[in-house]
Ligand binder design. Sequence first.
Ligand SMILES: [Zn+2]
Length: 345
Amino acid sequence: MSTHHAIIHGAPQPRLAELHSHLGASVAPSILWSIAHDQGMKLPTKDFWEFEKMVVIKEPFREGQGVRRLDEKYYKLCELIQSSPTPLFNAVRGVIGGAYRANNIVVHELRFNPAKRNRAGERDLDYIIISVINGMERAVLEFPAVSAGVIIEFDRNFNYQLNTTLYEKACKYQGRGIIGIDIAGPQNNAFHIEEYVDLLVDAKRRGFGVTIHTGEEGGRMDEMNTVVEKICPQRIGHGILAARDKKLMAKMVERGIALELCPTSNLNIGIFANWAELRKTYRALYDAGVVLTVNTDGPEMHNTNLNRELQLLQENGVFTAPEIEQIVANAFQVTFVKSNEPNIP
Ligand SMILES: [Zn+2]
């Protein structure tokens, strides 16, 4: 099975919008390597290729392979390398420019958690956020075809107070590049989505885009139901568990809540054992009329890119070429990057 032909034949490549990409998983190993060295960081290896194996899930997905996650300590290493103002500027600039050059990504939303980038309070949150915004501005200046925005992530492992501090920062920098709010991080019994309903409804009222990682794994339908019922975000990260629940899908269609699907990430993490399982779920969502978008979750860590994700979906019979075109168009419709910016169709 060839993965080398483009979906739409002939140049130029289709214009794409990436809506779900974590900064920590989006920086090329070569850039991580040089910014680590710029700071004189002591890395776990002096060999670049060994380093690359630590920060990238290198082998393509094969059925029956089981779960393939990046070792938690190496994911933290990726974040740590980028956790100062100058490296963040360079990382963001490289991610947005690189995605445009390689994949014609002209609408780019990047998400990150500033409080995971300040070396446990050593660096000031405002400097961290401004560095990311400046890196984005520089990329857009270098590649004027691109529009971009930054989503601030809350974390399920943070307490309410720390997440609220992040919200205050998001509000402070709204209109200067911060376009949305997300909740990320693995399920955690101390975390209750109900506590965040008022805050996220307020975020929508202020004009933020709201997206929440939910319904990804672990059968937590209760949380996804609460998200749809009480918060009604414009988008949900993954949300694939909804495929089991016709009522929930109908509610999402009625409320126009879009899903951010990330196929290779789902396979790597072991949410689906194979393409057949993935196909069944994605088709159920599509056939129910849920607005779908396709994203990478972090192309470098998952060793993929947005064009490749779209190709894989087509090659594995998940979506037809016209369906893929519709899904690509959906992303331009549901992006949080404001439609009054000149590059949004
Ligand atoms: Zn994600």
